[in-house]
Design a binder for this molecule. Structure first.
Ligand SMILES: [Zn+2]
Length: 161
């Protein structure tokens, strides 16, 4: 019960990925608590992916990015599993999905309401500080509907000199 690594029983025991040298504390237990709180069974794969996702604070990842990080951390998952897990986490509110193009979905570990800059030439998503108001007058929703959330993606490109 005091397991502190994703794969204590496997031969390839991952330590923290090299890129997460700034890990503080043990996020393993936090992930387990997070999953239980939203009613998801803390399976090995969910735990491992959640651990990779949430250990680094607020960030935006695509399924491909997370898949690569999982590979790097020697977590044996398929890209399909990564997709499924990201969508499950989104369904229960652990993540927020930010659609930038039809082809690209970013998942945000910060599930509070905020808006984004999308930097086109870097394919990079940045939070817009909440103090910067970007929504003017809200539109009137059709009969029987209310506004659940407003997502704004402001696309940026480099200035031409
Ligand atoms: Zn964000």
């Amino acid at each position: 019960m005091t397991q502190s690594r994703p794969h204590a029983s496997s031969a390839a025991v991952p330590t923290a990925p090299a890129s997460t040298g700034d890990l503080t504390g043990c996020p393993w237990h936090d992930v387990k608590a997070k999953l239980r709180e939203v009613g998801l069974r803390p399976t090995r794969q969910r735990m491992a992916l959640g651990w990779i996702l949430f250990a680094k604070g607020d960030r935006h990842v695509t399924a491909e990015m997370l898949y690569e990080e999982a590979n790097h951390a020697k977590v044996p998952v398929s890209l399909a599993t990564v997709y499924n897990t990201l969508h499950q986490f989104t369904d229960v509110g652990l993540l927020r999905q930010v659609a930038v193009d039809g082809s690209k979905a970013y998942f945000d570990t910060n599930n509070s309401e905020h808006h984004h800059f999308f930097i086109e030439d870097r394919n990079d998503l940045m939070d817009i500080p909440s103090s910067d108001v970007v929504v003017g007058k809200a539109p009137v929703p059709p009969n029987g509907y209310e506004i659940a959330r407003t997502d704004v993606v402001v696309r940026l490109r480099r200035k031409k000199r």
